[in-house]
Design a protein around this ligand. Structure first.
Ligand SMILES: *Cc1c(COP(=O)(O)O)cnc(C)c1O
Length: 354
């Protein structure tokens, strides 16, 4: 079965062996205060920095999900309010979560084909954070590194927070262009769900320390204090941490992964652009198309039928999401999926219209 679902997505095939290794090595029963745990975490942090190009002065933390990161950001870094720039379901959801914790938080939506109009973003006084979704998994759009640079230059005081759930470990993110980055691992990392990575700039930590939120088990200052010794506050997902370390050891540097994905995205977009029939790319503006998630649009009935027929050919397409649940389907372009699997996918779509 080929799985193109953009999350939970295909896990790297090596995971199968690593699961057995984890069991055999006894890692699943180690205490999270033990030296073995600390050594594993130190390895893992070093590998993340090296393989994903994370600056030496940025801090790394491990949490359970991207959703948890949304809450940590509100609790520990938002005394007043956050601004959410979104064009899809995940960005909007983040805004809703933030509003529940900080009711003055506010959102500004933009069109699926639009570049963020940075000079005209209305930022209210006392905005602590500007939040963007780098890859909007629900509709296959992305905010480019150039746009992040513009945001950074235009708004000096608020922290810039980026949901990179569907791009971290796939694209060569320029971490210095924002203060906070996070991703759960069931997308581009190609690992089982239940873990996420949170990356913070030095400035972010200064804010967290000054605000000193200590009301929550996952308050950022607690995460920080524990990570000084490569530990976590609560018992973490040791299995997933282990799998991540094993996988990262194997993987090439992110620059190489990025080049491969970008090329493959280019091929896929060209393929679907030329495809006859009534299946079209949802995002018409090539400048804002995601490199890691493709969204395709067709009449509701056609989408249903396509997903069904694909299934009988051993191909799982991703359902549409949010406002596009019925009239789109999605295709992940994640590193764990092999080129040959996309050849099979293209064969399938090619034959539909013969
Ligand atoms: C999948 C996804 C999330 C939610 O991830 P969880 O691990 O379920 O919290 C958040 N943001 C984006 C952009 C996503 O793609």
């Amino acid at each position: 079965m080929l799985n193109f679902y953009p999350g939970p997505s295909k896990v790297y095939p090596q995971v199968r062996d690593y699961l057995t290794m984890a069991y055999d090595e006894g890692i699943l029963s180690i205490p999270h205060r033990s030296e073995r745990f600390v050594l594993m975490m130190r390895d893992l942090v070093g590998l993340l920095r090296k393989k994903l190009n994370i600056p030496q002065d940025y801090y790394l933390f491990f949490t359970s999900s991207a959703t948890e990161c949304w809450e940590i950001i509100s609790q520990s870094l938002t005394p007043h309010k956050s601004l959410h720039l979104y064009n899809g379901a995940f960005g909007e959801k983040w805004c809703q979560y933030a509003k529940r914790l900080r009711p003055d938080s506010y959102g500004q939506s933009f069109g699926v084909n639009d570049l963020l109009d940075v000079p005209n973003i209305p930022v209210e006084d006392d905005t602590d954070l500007i939040c963007v979704t780098q890859t909007e998994t629900s509709n296959g759009t992305q905010v480019s590194m150039e746009t992040l640079l513009k945001l950074q230059n235009q708004f000096k005081d608020p922290l810039l927070a980026v949901d990179a759930t569907s791009s971290m470990a796939g694209l060569n993110l320029k971490f210095i262009r924002a203060d906070i980055w996070f991703a759960s691992v069931q997308k581009c990392f190609g690992l089982p769900a239940g873990l996420s990575v949170l990356v913070c700039s030095p400035r972010t930590l200064q804010r967290a320390k000054a605000l000193n939120d200590r009301k929550h088990y996952n308050s950022l200052v607690f995460l920080y204090e524990k990570m000084l010794n490569y530990q976590t506050g609560h018992t973490p997902n040791v299995l997933d941490l282990y799998l991540m370390r094993q996988m990262l050891e194997q993987l090439p540097l992110i620059k190489q992964v990025d080049q491969h994905l970008v090329k493959r995205a280019h091929d896929l977009y060209a393929f679907f652009e030329e495809m006859p029939g009534d299946v079209r790319l949802l995002v018409e503006n090539p400048e804002v198309r995601s490199q890691t998630v493709l969204a395709l649009q067709a009449p509701d009935k056609k989408v249903q039928e396509l997903k069904r027929v694909a299934q009988t050919h051993g191909i799982t397409l991703g359902n549409g999401y949010g406002a596009w649940a019925k009239n789109t389907f999605r295709i992940a372009n994640f590193p764990a999926i092999e080129d040959s699997e996309y050849d099979t996918l293209k064969d399938f779509f090619g034959k539909l219209y013969i």
